[in-house]
Design a protein around this ligand. Structure first.
Ligand code: E4P
Length: 218
């Protein structure tokens, strides 16, 4: 499973790239605003850090506007993927952009039928927002299971991206449900490697070695 960072903070992206655990980035204007940066400024920096799979969101809501913006954003780099909302206008834009080879990530997906439509139109990525379904008392992971089954039934190649990750548990759920990608906030990525028993185990091992008075092997 690929891991993306869901962030518009270049320093966060840089740190996770250096750790070698991320394969891409999802951004949106809200994330940039939260980071106190303009979307343009944040994107320009991130495009230089990550070699591929950087999803940039359009701001237009009509198909001609989305197509215009999508084409312009694609010119910013070969590593760009265009993120479009899953609306009727978004579907029209998806059809046009994919025909010219532009990779599109269809976002704000909340149902299996939306996922079916975007796969039929050749989306590169589908982004079901699992955390937001959990937030309203639904079992978000069921949606990943449904989409996986539908895509496998018909051999759709669209990649399933588990979006709106809230915790390490979501990342485990994504992997168990055979999602292709999970996009995680920085703090969730940080938590993935941590386990208290690892720290306790390491301390004990080093203390025992020190107490034995032995010399290190090398
Ligand atoms: C992904 O593309 C979205 O930016 C993100 O996962 C949304 O997460 P949220 O529900 O925490 O805003």
């Amino acid at each position: 499973m690929q891991l993306y960072i869901d962030s518009a903070v270049p320093q966060e992206v840089e740190k996770m790239m250096a750790l070698g655990i991320i394969d891409g980035v999802t951004t949106n204007p809200s994330l940039a605003a939260k980071a106190g940066m303009t979307y343009k400024e944040a994107v320009a920096k991130i495009l230089k850090i990550v070699p591929d799979n950087i999803s940039l969101e359009v701001l237009s809501t009509d198909a001609p506007g989305m197509i215009r913006e999508g084409r312009a954003l694609t010119k910013m780099g070969k590593n760009v993927v265009i993120k479009l909302p899953t609306t009727e206008e978004g579907l029209k834009a998806l059809k046009v952009l994919t025909k010219t080879g532009i990779r599109v990530n269809m976002t704000l997906v909340f149902s299996a039928n939306q996922a079916l439509l975007v796969a039929k139109l050749g989306a590169y990525i589908v982004s079901p927002f699992i955390g937001r379904l959990d937030d309203i008392g639904q079992t978000g992971i069921d949606l990943i299971d449904e989409i996986r089954q539908i895509y496998d039934n018909y051999g759709f190649k669209t990649k399933i991206l588990f979006a709106s990750v809230r915790s390490p548990l979501h990342v485990k759920q994504a992997a168990l449900a055979s999602a292709d990608i999970a996009t995680c906030p920085y703090d969730v990525l940080e938590k993935l490697v941590k386990h208290p028993l690892t720290d306790i185990g390491l301390k004990k091992f080093l203390d025992d070695f020190k107490e034995s008075g032995q010399k290190p092997l090398v």
